[in-house]
Unconditional design. Sequence first.
Length: 431
Amino acid sequence: MAASMASQAVVRALRETTSKHRLFDKFKCARLSSRRWLNLQEYQSKKLMQESGVTVQRFYVADTASEALEAAKRLEAKEIVLKAQILAGGRGKGLFDSGLKGGVHLTKDPSVVGELANKMLGFSLTTKQTPKEGVKVKTVMVAEAMDISRETYFAILMDRACNGPVMVGSPQGGVDIEEVAATTPELIFKEPIDIWEGVRDDQALRMAGNLGFKGPLESQAADQIKRLYDLFLKVDATQVEVNPLGETPEGQVVCFDAKINFDDNAEFRQKAVFAMDDMSESDPTETEAAKWDLKYIGLDGNIACFVNGAGLAMATCDIIDLHGGKPANFLDLGGGVKENQVYQAFKLLTADPKVEAILVNIFGGIVNCAIIANGITKACRELELKVPLVVRLEGTNVQEAKRILSESGLPITSASDLDDAAKKAVASIRK
Ligand code: ADP
Ligand code: MG
């Protein structure tokens, strides 16, 4: 029981790191990988859309309330929409810790935009797609509002089941698309795209029709769909989501919201796009870990787990739980390990004030245990380790590793196997 609870915690944590890609789950399309993908803010995505001839409303971006007020005046629009920029959806129905309700506000009076922006900037916005504590808003988008007579949903995403891109659309778009997918799945339309042929005219028109666009709006929507696909290819996206793709009473099809995810493997040829990544919403420890090619996931206990491989990470968390302890995090060292990486890993783990003990559990298959042992002893000396350290090493060159550790004269507890290691780590805190 306890063991499976720890696994659940790890799975939850892993899932949270990919929560920005929940769309794939939402429409039961296969997820591509658990790697972190580049996410851009709505305003950045809209700039890319504009460059591909996709229709978006006029907008400015502001970091301060006075800039927002200025922008609102400069727009000279009948109505203005102020939108908090965070990397999560559901903003319309979100809540700020300033008390302000909604991350998207419409107003006909530009003079109130400053006040509204004041209640957004520097405050955290919680939506159903953010962590509980929300995400701090640093930028707002000030845009021309338009009357929307109908809101549809449209996305293009990579789908493993289709072996390529697929269009997903619904005539019932807007803020409750998750609900539509759950309660009326027949209102979600999918259309696989042949990667060689691209979006055919008949496909674009069929999708536009399924989205409920009629008369001249149908061909306008089909044209937008084709342009969105051009963008999808041009920027190596894994997802382009527009919710709502709306129609105005004046007869225009407009992309009112934008969410693009990118394929990290294309970074080498998408330098301009990747340069827009400000990493400001990433967990700083995760970002620092990624710099050294380490994977870090924070949990809420007090025993740091230093492991190699996700499977071993889960097993380690489970066994700590089984012996009455709680993992504080896990840091996955991966394959081709270098001594300096071990040092950096220890630096990250010891910087966490929650950590009261460290458990190293490394199985040296490709990894040479002696490299790990050297990294550990160096880190212990230079970082003046203050918490108990339990080490279990197994595999390649383990005898040499054990010799390095025991001759180091450092207070390192060695463990014979995983069970022994977990028991000793838990006991070291109880002392
Ligand atoms: P989120 O998906 O994060 O809730 P959206 O950008 O989709 O944010 O905005 C939420 C809702 O606000 C939209 O469904 C739409 O009804 C309204 N909205 C957004 N932009 C505009 C706009 N330019 N003009 C009028 N209404 C808008
Ligand atoms: Mg939206």
